[in-house]
Structures are given as structure tokens and as C-alpha cells.
Design a protein. Structure first.
Length: 149
């Protein structure tokens, strides 16, 4: 876990190197990057950010789940989303998190897949590299969701 002083310095832009220690906890990385909107336990915020703790949703995505997650992290997501029992999210967009390094993105995606999807899938380095080289459009990502909701 990074010290509060380093966290504050990083937020202020004072540090230009990666302070993510090799022993970083994936749950902590997820909470730092995603927890404000999706909650540390993936519970989401009604009307603002969809719940991520939905194993049936992730399992229905099958082999596309890691690619979808990586795509959302790299590209962000905007548009009408219907999730978790018909709850609609409109007008709120998730900004891309492309500023995160590959290790952080992989840790976040793998944490979501293992903790909230009850899956042993992972986001591969090759898949992430392809997503960074050719980021998916929001329409492409929404199309992946629509077939699963």
C-alpha cells in the first residue's frame, strides 16, 4: 500500500515515476481507481454507476469478458446502459482510464473478474496491447453489453 504522503504527491503531480509497488494489492488498486463510483465491493451507485458485483452478467459475456473490461478501462463508456434488473443509466459517462499503466489495468480487470465475476479469466497482455493500439468505440462496447443484459 502506498503511503498517504506519496498518494498526495502523486495526486498533485509531483511524482513522475510509477509508485505502484510490485506487491500492490489488486483490491486496493481497484478501490483507488474505481471505488469512488463503483464502490470498493463493486456495489455501484444507483443511477450513477452500475454494480460490478454481478457474476451472471460477467459469466454470460463468456470469453469476451476480459476484452470488454479492458475496452471500458481504455476507452471509457458513455451511452444508455440498462443493468442489474432494468436499472437505467443515462447521461453519465465513465471517463477512460488509459492513463493507468498496463500492470494497473490488468490488476483491475483481473480483480473484477475474480472477485465480482467468480471467474478465473484474466486480461492478457496481448489483448490489452491490442485494445490500446485500437481502442473500441463506445458503440462497440455497448453492443457487447446489449447482447448480455
Amino acid at each position: 500500500m502506498t503511503s498517504p504522503i506519496l498518494q498526495k504527491a502523486a495526486l498533485l503531480g509531483c511524482l513522475t515515476f510509477n509508485v505502484l509497488p510490485a506487491f500492490a494489492d489488486p483490491a486496493a488498486v481497484f478501490t483507488d481507481a474505481c471505488g469512488a463510483c463503483h464502490g470498493a465491493a463493486g456495489e455501484g451507485i444507483p443511477g450513477f454507476a452500475p454494480k460490478l458485483d454481478r457474476p451472471a452478467f460477467w459469466q454470460a459475456m463468456g470469453d469476451d469478458a476480459p476484452r470488454y473490461l479492458g475496452g471500458v478501462i481504455v476507452s471509457g463508456l458513455a451511452g444508455r446502459i440498462v443493468a442489474d434488473g432494468g436499472q437505467t443509466f443515462v447521461g453519465v459517462s465513465m471517463p477512460n482510464q488509459a492513463y493507468l499503466d498496463d500492470e494497473e489495468i490488468t490488476m483491475i480487470a483481473d480483480h473484477i473478474l475474480s472477485s465480482f465475476a467468480d471467474s478465473d479469466q484474466t486480461l492478457s497482455a496481448d489483448t490489452l496491447a491490442a485494445l490500446r493500439a485500437d481502442p473500441p468505440s463506445h458503440a462497440d462496447l455497448l453492443a457487447m453489453r446489449q447482447s448480455e443484459e
